[in-house]
Design a protein around this ligand. Structure first.
Ligand code: SF4
Ligand code: SF4
Length: 235
């Protein structure tokens, strides 16, 4: 759970890294990182543009299915946020300077982007210099109801201790219910996996993230047993 300024780098780490900055292997490493960041930005942009287009053309029935689950996700995540706030999680995150956001690049899933689109907001551009596309300066641009599963369900030891036994029990019960809703998206849509939208966009290579994968192609309907029809590409 992150609601505080992120840690750019620990002072000691930065000193050690900068000590290698003149070496050729370090420059090659930096060049690799820049190429990867450019690739990520292109993937993100292409995936988001395609998703916006798909969302505009989506059938009403499909939108209703999505909105019903987004509402459930929103309610559960708001509850998780309330438990986190009651445990004074913000103070803990400020102390560690939001370390969790340093690894946020792959947390955003299809469901989170759909939550933005359903609210009439466009996905943000990918900032290659930021560790997560949702980081806006020093804060997450998403409200608790829209944040990725990983971001709202992770609590480190100090925060978990502060939740207390009853708070932790409710927290993990909400997490279980929330995971089930995200898995609904993973089973239904080609880009709906829990591994994050960026990875899904790379795997789909231009195929729509909203392509249904829980229904058999027309020619196979009636030929496959029902259990096969619901099989998803991801666990
Ligand atoms: S490690 Fe703990 S205190 Fe730090 S940002 Fe994550 S949840 Fe907050
Ligand atoms: S979406 Fe990104 S910026 Fe927001 S809480 Fe998660 S990791 Fe941090």
């Amino acid at each position: 759970m992150i609601i505080a300024p992120r840690r750019v780098t620990a002072p000691g780490n930065r000193t050690r890294l900068m000590a290698f900055s003149g070496h050729s292997f370090f420059q090659e490493y930096q060049a690799d990182m820049r190429m990867q960041a450019r690739g990520d930005a292109e993937l993100w942009q292409a995936g988001c543009t395609a998703l916006e287009e798909d969302w505009r053309r989506l059938a009403d029935e499909e939108r209703r299915w999505i909105r019903a689950r987004l509402a459930r996700i929103g309610a559960l995540q708001e509850r998780l946020q309330a438990l986190f706030a009651a445990a004074d999680g913000a103070a803990h995150c400020r102390l560690c300077r939001g370390a969790c956001c340093d690894r946020g690049k792959y947390h955003v899933t299809l469901a989170n982007l759909l939550a933005l689109l359903a609210a009439g907001q466009a996905p943000p551009p990918f900032d290659a210099a930021a560790p997560c596309p949702m980081l806006d300066g020093e804060a997450c641009r998403l409200g608790a109801a829209q944040r990725p599963f990983n971001c709202v369900t992770f609590v480190c030891g100090p925060v978990e201790d502060a939740l207390g036994a009853a708070g932790a029990a409710e927290f993990y019960s909400c997490e279980k219910a929330l995971r089930a809703v995200y898995e609904d998206f993973a089973r239904r849509y080609a880009g709906g996996g829990m591994n994050g939208f960026l990875l899904a966009a790379a795997r789909l290579a231009g195929r729509s993230p909203l392509a249904r994968q829980d229904v058999a192609p027309a020619g196979l309907r009636g030929l496959l047993p029902p259990a096969r029809v619901g099989v998803s590409e991801e666990g």
